[in-house]
Design a binder for this molecule. Structure first.
Ligand code: FAD
Length: 336
């Protein structure tokens, strides 16, 4: 590891000032991704601005029944929060599907959203990678791409976005609060991560020095029907091959009143499935509709031979999650 400077910020303005005035600075949340990448030599910040002492570690109700989580809230605490478990189960399930208990105890909301891709070529300094070293090429194009993207990739980059939580937040239409040298702004979480295009080195739409300070969940009806499911190579402690986050509300006549669907593990960013949602909304909530919806979304997929399995896997996972959410709303009440 190379030598680096270290600043422990006490306030948000102090953190932003420290980041903008120091050369090649990075914010340090739980460090579970950044420090790993520093050990590999992939990240070489000259200065770490430690944000773990900032007052961003609380979860609070917002007017109108929403919820705001500070960017420093640990993944374990957000997953276990009683309102998250009751009103946004998809988020709790997604968090618990990620990493391990020990990692979730250290990892923060902001850091989880901004963790870097797990593409093996990105992590290997001996390989060309346009995301790590712009203009060097993409070893995945001719190499191993089993874990990589089938949607939204570009001729420059096939890397997938790794966060489970971000997929749930995309399906929930969560909003971020971001503070930076130019002031504070909000942005939908679906606008945080960008597709690679010709510039895969830019993961997000954040400006230099911008700090995520909070995530806000919009109002939810208590017990809103939502779920997260993740397919992976091992039952735990593995990144998603494909994951699905869904919110599905039915009308009493069995048609879909509201549908929100997002995929993980298939694209360079959490993939909000707007085409599928269009098919679902107002249609009869049955398997035929769910299959049509998934197919409408996945028609855009451009798989490679060794990751083509992700397309049927995503379809079947989406159909299964939607069917379970529908059944839970239409099953007759158990008799006493
Ligand atoms: C073995 C292993 C398995 C894992 N499995 C999974 C998994 O299955 N699913 C999953 O989702 N994740 C998984 N992870 C990743 C883990 O969830 C992330 O490492 C963690 O969430 C990152 O959070 P952090 O606070 O430690 O971030 P850090 O490492 O501190 O930071 C990550 C990045 O975010 C930036 N940053 C941090 N906070 C902010 C902020 N508030 N504003 C602006 N920038 C910020 C940092 O500068 C850095 O670039 C795994 C990790 C490991 C090591």
């Amino acid at each position: 590891m190379k030598p680096f400077g270290y600043v422990r910020a006490r306030t948000v303005p102090e953190a932003i000032e420290a980041h903008t005035s120091a050369p090649a600075a990075r914010y340090l949340g739980g460090g579970t991704n950044l420090v790993d990448l520093m050990k590999l030599g992939v990240e070489t910040p000259a200065t770490l601005v430690d944000i773990s002492a900032l007052p961003l570690d609380t979860v609070e109700d917002t007017p109108g029944n929403g919820l705001r989580a500070g960017a420093g809230v640990r993944n374990s605490d957000l997953a276990a929060h009683p309102r998250v478990r009751a009103d946004w189960p998809v988020l709790s399930q997604a968090l618990l599907a990620g990493a391990s208990g020990q990692l979730r105890n250290a990892a923060t909301t902001g850091g989880n959203l901004l963790q870097r891709t797990r593409c093996p070529y990105f992590q290997d300094l001996a390989q060309p990678c346009n995301k790590r070293a712009p203009g060097t090429g993409c070893a995945a194009l001719t190499g191993h791409s089993r874990e990589l993207a089938v949607l939204g990739a570009s001729p420059s980059c096939l890397a997938t976005h790794p966060s489970d939580m971000a997929v749930a937040l995309a399906a929930l239409d969560a909003e971020l609060t971001v503070a930076g040298p130019g002031g504070t702004r909000t942005l939908p979480v679906t606008e945080l991560h960008r597709l690679p295009g010709a510039h895969p080195e830019r993961d997000t739409t954040l400006a230099p020095g911008e700090l995520i300070t909070a995530v806000t969940l919009p109002p939810a009806t208590a017990g809103a029907p939502s779920a997260y499911r993740k397919a992976r190579d091992r039952a735990s402690y593995a990144f998603a091959l494909v994951s699905v986050a869904a919110v599905l509300r039915l009308d009493p006549d069995g048609t879909v009143r509201q549908a929100r669907l997002a995929f993980g593990g298939v694209a360079p960013r959490p993939w909000r499935a707007l085409r599928a949602e269009d098919v679902l909304t107002g249609a009869r909530a049955d398997e035929e509709t769910f299959r049509r919806a998934a197919d409408a979304e996945l028609a855009q997929a451009a798989p490679r031979p060794d990751n083509a399995f992700k397309v049927p896997l995503a379809r079947e996972l989406a159909v299964a999650v939607l069917a379970d959410l529908a059944t839970a709303q239409t099953a007759p009440e158990p008799q006493p």
